[in-house]
Design a protein around this ligand. Structure first.
Ligand code: FES
Ligand code: FES
Length: 212
């Protein structure tokens, strides 16, 4: 049996969300590491010292219901921003080409591959990550079922599967096995845990439909 439980993941996820800073207090140059007190000071520094390089931008994101400012290079993906600016490490970097599903998040109610989305495109949109799902008691039956059925081995792909499962169950609270397989068809597991996902999701759906 897995050593993971919903209680441990819920507490860690809630703490990770709580720790996201709402506003920027320092503006660090990623090229020479100097720190500035405002974005305009950093922009002036770029114009003077790094004129051939695009200056970092400030983007305001809404992640798991929390608004936060991030300072990023303009080409940064949402996955990179979550991992390296917000310390939300659940959306995994694996293929980085939009083919494996390990970086899946939900943007405005639809699954999205965060390695293929620029963070700058996400302003004004509502982003849900695996941390938001894990911290929400509503999804305890889903995470419990994944633990009970050991629907993971190394676990690297598991957050992507869970986010996809949550998006499916939001639209279709009682999916059939075929519907689950279809929904998860974009998620790849190198460890080969495929049969257990449907079993876990079917069990979670049944429990959730009974209000468990
Ligand atoms: S890392 Fe994004 S789809 Fe594979
Ligand atoms: S559990 Fe290892 S990649 Fe899926």
């Amino acid at each position: 049996m897995s050593v993971f439980t919903h209680e441990t993941t819920q507490a860690k996820a809630a703490e990770a969300i709580r720790a996201i800073p709402a506003t920027l207090t320092e503006f660090r140059c990623p090229l020479c590491n100097r720190v500035f007190g405002s974005h305009s000071d950093l922009s002036c520094h770029y114009a003077a010292e790094h004129p051939d390089t695009a200056a970092p931008i400030v983007v305001t994101l809404t992640i798991n219901g929390k608004d936060c400012e991030v300072l990023i290079e303009p080409h940064w993906t949402l996955q990179r921003t979550l991992q390296f600016r917000l310390n939300l490490t659940g959306a995994k970097h694996m293929c980085n080409k939009g083919v494996c599903g390990s970086c899946t998040v939900i943007i405005d109610g639809r699954t999205a591959l965060s390695c293929t989305v620029l963070a700058a495109e996400c302003e004004g949109k509502s982003i849900t990550t695996i941390e938001g799902i894990a911290a929400d008691p509503k999804w305890k039956p889903l995470i419990d079922a994944y633990c009970r059925w050991d629907a993971m081995q190394c676990g690297y792909c598991t957050p992507g599967f869970l986010v996809t499962a949550k998006a499916l169950m939001d639209k279709n609270p009682n999916p059939t096995e075929d519907e689950i397989k279809e929904a998860l068809s974009g998620n790849i597991c190198i460890c080969g845990t495929y049969p257990r996902h449907a079993t876990a999701i079917l069990e979670a759906a049944e429990k959730m439909s009974k209000g468990a």
